[in-house]
Design a protein around this ligand. Structure first.
Ligand code: ADP
Ligand code: ZN
Ligand code: ZN
Length: 796
C-alpha cells in the first residue's frame, strides 16, 4: 500500500503529494487524515496522509518512518476542504491542514509522541503503564523506537509522556478513576449482600461508566463495596482522562426555549424546513439589535440536535464574552464545547478532542472553530457576520463565511449569517436571492429602539466647551448616576491611539523597524510598536531637536478615565481595554462586576461594543464617532455605521428605555446621520452608490498583492514586473492598479509595495496569480522576497 503524503516543508515546489510505502504491519493504522513521519532528503519530517492507494506514480518509494496518530486528526471532508482552500486562497495545502488542527498538535517530530501513538494501537489490557513499567512489551517498544528507557523516565518525570502534546505546558493531564459493569459476568451476588446488589442495580440502570467519586457521593456506599465487586469481576475499574476544562466550576442556569414572537416564527420556519429536508441554503438573518436572533439560533440548533446532527456557532472573538457562552451552555449544557483565543493550548486541545470523540454536539467559537471536525453537521451559524475578524489576515487568507458555505453544501445543511448590520456583500447577495433574506425588524416585546442624539462637537467648541464630553452627555451621565442606572462609554481605539510628539519641532516618535508611530503605554511608561512589538522607554528629550517638550497626544481610555474622575468625581468607573484585560479571566471579572452594578460607567474600546446585555444600561455614549471614518479604506463608512449601530444596541435591551449620544465632528455624514433612524436599508442604498462610483466591492472583486523585501530597489523592480505581467495576462476590462508603496511602507525592516486588481469576471485570474509565484520562485525560496496575495482583502 502507498500513502500519499503532504509534507511539512512548505515551499512552492514541494506543495504537492509525495508517495511513501506503508509497512505491512501498519496497514490498519495508516489511513487518510493521520499524521506520519517520513524521510525527506536527509531529514525526517512530519506530514499528513491525504490518501491511501495501491499504486504509485513514482518508480521508487521510501517507507513511512513512523506515525503520530491512530485516530485521524482530519476527516475526509476536511481533507478535501484543505485542497479547496489551497486552491481558492493560493495557500499551501499543508498550511490549510495545519490551520484545522489545534496548535498543540503542530509540534516538531518527537520520539516520545510516536511512542505514544504506538501504545494507543495496543488493546487497553496490555498497554504498559507509563510510570516506569518494566513490562517486556514496553521494553520492546523502547528498543523498536530507539528511545532509551532513561529518556522515557526523564520524559515521564517532566510530565512529557503523561501530558501528551502538552510538553510546553505546566498542567499535567489528570486521570480519574471510573467504574463500569463488566460484560458477560457470571458471578452471582448472594441475596444477603444487599448493598452490593443495590450498587450493581444502580450501575445497570445508569447504563454507562461513572466516576468512582461521583458514585460514592450519589449512592452513599462505601469504597469497600465497589472493591469487592471489582474483585468478583462484576465491575471493572479504569482510569479516564479528565479534560482541562476552561469553564470548570462555572454554573450555568438552564434555560428553556422561549415562546417565539410572530416575527421569530416567520424566520425560523424556512430554517426548520431546510433542516427537515436535509438540504442546503444560506440564510441572511437580518435582525435589529435585541430582535431575538440568538433565540432563533438556539431553537434551530435544537432541531439539528433532535436529528442527531451537530452545530457550529461562530461569534467574533471579542464578543465571546461569558454572557454569550452562557446562553449556549444554559440551553445545551455539557453538549457544548467552546473554542477561542482566551483558552490555553491544552484547554483548546481538550475542547477539540471532545468534538473529535463526539462527546459534544455544539461548538461555540471564534473564526477557526469553523474547522471543528464534526462529521454530521446539521447547522452552521455565523453571528455578526459582517465582522472583519472572520477573515484571517495571514496565510491561509480565508474567510470563515466561505468555509461555512463549503461545509454547508457538503453536509446539506443550512448556514445562517446573522447581523443587525450585514456586510454590503452579503446583503447584496441576499437581494439577488443568492442568500435567502430573513428579516427581524422589531425588538422583542415591542421594546423601542434606543433614541439617538448626534452631537456636533464643532458647535461644542464654539460655545466654549473644550472638554471631551459634550454638555448633553455630561448631563445625561449625571442623571443616570442619580437614578442608579448604567452607562457604556465607547471610545473607538482605531485612529485614537496615543502617540508621542515634540511640541517644538513636530517630531513624532516612531518605530525604528516599521513606518508607524509608537504608542504610549502609561502603566509601563514606555512606547510600543503595535506591529512588531518593539518597545522602548518613554524619551525625556526629543530625538530630533533635543527639546524637553515632548508629550503624548491623542486620548486613550486611560486619559478619558482621568477626565471622567475629574468632572464626575462621584462616578464609579470600570475601564476595559488591552491594559486592564491582559490577565486571564480579567475580562470576565470586570464584566460581571459591572453586571452586579459595582460601577456606574463601563468605559472601553471595541471589546465592549458587542454582546453586552445588562438590564440597567440605559445610556450609551460614543466619544469620537468619526475617528474610523477617516481611515483610508473604502469600507470606512460601512464600518462606522456598523459600529455605531452595534454600540447603540447595548442600550435599553430590557424594560428601561435606552438613549445614545454620539459625539462627532462630521455629524452630517450619512453613516452617522442614519444611525438616528436605525435605517440600514437607506444606508445600504447610499453606500452602494458610493461603491458603484468608486468601483469597489460588491460591484467588483478585488485582489491585493503585496511584495516585500529588505531592499527597496528589489521591491520596486519586482512590483513593476508583476504589474506588467498582470496587465498582459488579464482582460482589458480588468483594472490593475499600482505598483505603489503600501500604506505601511515598511514593517520589520522590510519594504512593502502593492498592486491591486479589480475585476468582474476573470477566468484566468487564479492561474495568472499562481504563475506570478512560480515566476519568482527562486527569489522566494531563497527566503527574502515575499509575495502575498489576498483574494478578499479587508485591511488596507
Ligand atoms: P439579538 O441577538 O437579536 O440582539 P437577543 O437574542 O439578545 O437579540 O434578544 C434580546 C432579548 O430578548 C434577550 O434578553 C432575549 O432573552 C429576549 N428574547 C428573545 N426572544 C424572546 C422571546 N421569544 N420571548 C421573550 N424574550 C425573548
Ligand atoms: Zn515596529
Ligand atoms: Zn523636537
Amino acid at each position: 500500500m502507498i500513502a500519499k503524503v503532504i509534507v511539512d516543508v512548505p515551499t512552492s515546489n514541494t506543495d504537492r503529494v509525495f508517495d511513501y510505502d506503508i509497512p505491512k504491519e501498519w496497514e490498519e493504522v495508516i489511513q487518510p487524515g493521520v499524521r506520519v513521519v517520513v524521510p525527506f532528503g536527509p531529514r525526517k519530517i512530519q506530514g499528513f496522509v491525504v490518501d491511501v492507494t495501491n499504486d504509485s506514480t513514482f518508480h521508487k518509494t521510501k517507507p513511512i518512518d513512523d506515525f503520530l496518530d491512530v485516530v485521524p486528526v482530519l476527516t475526509s471532508e476536511l481533507l478535501s476542504l484543505g485542497e479547496w482552500l489551497a486552491d481558492q486562497t493560493l495557500c499551501f495545502q499543508l498550511s490549510a491542514y495545519q490551520l484545522m488542527i489545534p496548535a498543540a498538535l503542530r509540534t516538531k517530530v518527537k520520539k516520545e509522541l510516536c511512542l505514544l501513538a504506538h501504545i494507543e494501537t495496543l488493546p487497553y489490557s496490555i498497554r504498559p503503564h507509563f510510570q516506569g513499567d518494566k513490562s517486556p512489551l514496553w521494553n520492546d517498544l523502547v528498543k523498536d523506537k530507539n528511545v532509551s528507557l532513561k529518556e522515557i523516565q526523564q520524559a515521564v518525570k517532566e510530565g512529557k509522556l503523561e501530558v501528551r502534546y502538552q510538553v510546553e505546558e505546566k498542567g499535567k493531564k489528570k486521570m480519574e478513576r471510573y467504574v463500569k459493569v463488566s460484560e458477560n459476568t457470571t458471578c452471582d451476588i448472594p441475596t444477603r449482600a444487599v448493598k452490593q446488589r443495590e450498587l450493581l442495580a444502580y450501575l445497570q440502570s445508569l447504563g454507562k461508566p461513572i466516576a468512582v467519586q461521583a458514585l460514592l457521593q450519589e449512592t452513599k456506599m462505601t469504597r469497600q463495596t465497589i472493591t469487592t465487586l471489582v474483585k468478583k469481576g462484576v465491575l471493572q475499574e479504569f482510569d479516564k482522562e479528565v479534560y482541562r476544562d476552561p469553564l470548570a466550576g462555572v454554573e450555568y442556569e438552564r434555560t428553556l426555549p422561549l415562546e417565539l414572537t410572530d416575527q421569530q416564527r416567520d424566520v425560523i420556519q424556512p430554517i426548520l424546513d431546510t433542516l427537515e429536508t436535509k438540504s442546503h441554503y444560506t440564510f441572511l438573518l437580518h435582525g435589529v439589535t435585541g430582535s431575538g436572533k440568538t433565540e432563533v439560533y438556539l431553537q434551530s440548533i435544537d432541531k439539528a440536535l433532535e436529528q442527531k446532527r451537530e452545530a457550529i456557532v461562530l461569534v467574533p472573538e471579542i464578543s465571546l464574552t461569558p454572557q454569550m457562552v452562557q446562553r449556549f451552555k444554559g440551553r445545551f449544557g455539557s453538549k457544548v464545547a467552546v473554542l477561542h483565543s482566551g483558552l490555553s493550548m491544552g484547554e483548546k486541545y481538550d475542547e477539540w478532542r471532545k468534538i473529535l470523540r463526539k462527546e459534544v454536539q455544539v461548538v461555540v467559537g471564534a473564526r477557526s472553530a469553523i474547522f471543528a471536525p464534526f462529521t454530521n453537521l446539521g447547522i452552521i451559524i455565523i453571528d455578526e457576520e459582517h465582522e472583519t475578524s472572520y477573515k484571517q489576515e495571514e496565510n491561509p487568507r480565508y474567510h470563515a463565511r466561505d468555509v461555512a458555505i463549503f461545509r454547508g453544501k457538503h453536509h446539506q445543511c443550512p448556514v445562517i449569517l446573522g447581523s443587525a448590520t450585514p456586510s454590503l456583500e452579503s446583503y447584496a447577495r441576499a437581494r439577488k436571492n443568492v442568500y435567502r433574506l430573513l428579516p427581524l425588524t422589531e425588538r422583542v416585546h415591542n421594546r423601542a429602539m434606543p433614541e439617538v442624539h448626534v452631537v456636533d462637537m464643532r458647535e461644542e467648541l464654539r460655545s466654549g466647551n473644550r472638554s471631551m464630553f459634550s454638555y448633553i452627555l455630561l448631563e445625561k451621565l449625571k442623571d443616570r448616576i442619580e437614578k442608579g442606572e448604567q452607562t457604556v462609554l465607547f471610545l473607538n481605539r482605531r485612529g485614537y491611539s496615543t502617540f508621542v510628539m515634540c511640541r517644538d519641532c513636530g517630531y513624532v516618535a516612531s518605530c525604528e523597524h516599521c513606518d508607524i508611530s509608537l504608542t504610549y503605554h502609561r502603566t509601563q511608561n514606555s512606547l510600543k510598536c503595535h506591529y512588531c512589538g518593539h518597545e522602548e522607554k518613554m524619551p525625556t528629550k526629543c530625538d530630533s531637536c533635543g527639546s524637553e517638550h515632548i508629550r503624548f497626544f491623542g486620548s486613550g481610555t486611560q486619559k478619558v478615565e482621568e477626565e471622567l474622575t475629574r468632572v464626575l468625581p462621584e462616578a464609579k468607573v470600570i475601564r476595559m481595554d488591552i491594559d486592564t484585560t491582559r490577565r486571564k479571566g480579567s475580562h470576565e471579572r470586570l464584566l460581571s462586576a459591572f453586571g452586579r452594578g459595582e460601577a456606574d460607567i463601563l468605559l472601553g474600546t471595541q471589546m465592549i461594543a458587542k454582546g453586552l446585555d445588562f438590564p440597567k444600561i440605559t445610556l450609551v455614549g460614543v466619544l469620537a464617532a468619526d475617528s474610523m471614518l477617516h481611515i483610508p479604506d473604502f469600507r470606512s463608512a460601512e464600518r462606522t455605521f456598523q459600529l455605531m449601530e452595534q454600540v447603540s444596541g447595548r442600550a435599553g435591551r430590557h424594560d428601561l428605555k435606552g438613549e445614545v449620544i454620539i459625539q462627532s465632528y462630521t455629524p452630517d455624514h450619512y453613516s452617522i446621520e442614519l444611525v438616528k433612524s436605525h435605517d440600514y436599508e437607506q444606508f445600504f442604498q447610499m453606500e452602494m452608490t458610493q461603491r458603484k462610483v468608486g468601483l469597489y466591492p460588491p460591484y467588483v472583486f478585488m485582489v491585493l498583492i503585496t511584495i516585500s523585501h529588505s531592499e527597496l530597489t528589489n521591491v520596486i523592480t519586482v512590483s513593476e514586473k508583476v504589474v506588467s505581467f498582470l496587465r498582459r495576462e488579464l482582460f482589458e476590462s480588468t483594472t490593475v492598479l499600482g505598483p505603489v508603496a503600501s500604506p505601511l511602507a515598511r514593517i520589520k525592516d522590510r519594504y512593502r509595495y502593492q498592486c491591486m486588481i479589480k475585476y468582474r469576471n476573470e477566468p484566468r485570474l487564479l492561474e495568472a496569480l499562481r504563475e506570478i509565484r512560480q515566476h519568482f520562485i527562486r527569489e522566494i525560496n531563497q527566503g527574502d522576497l515575499q509575495i502575498s496575495i489576498d483574494l478578499q482583502p479587508y485591511l488596507f
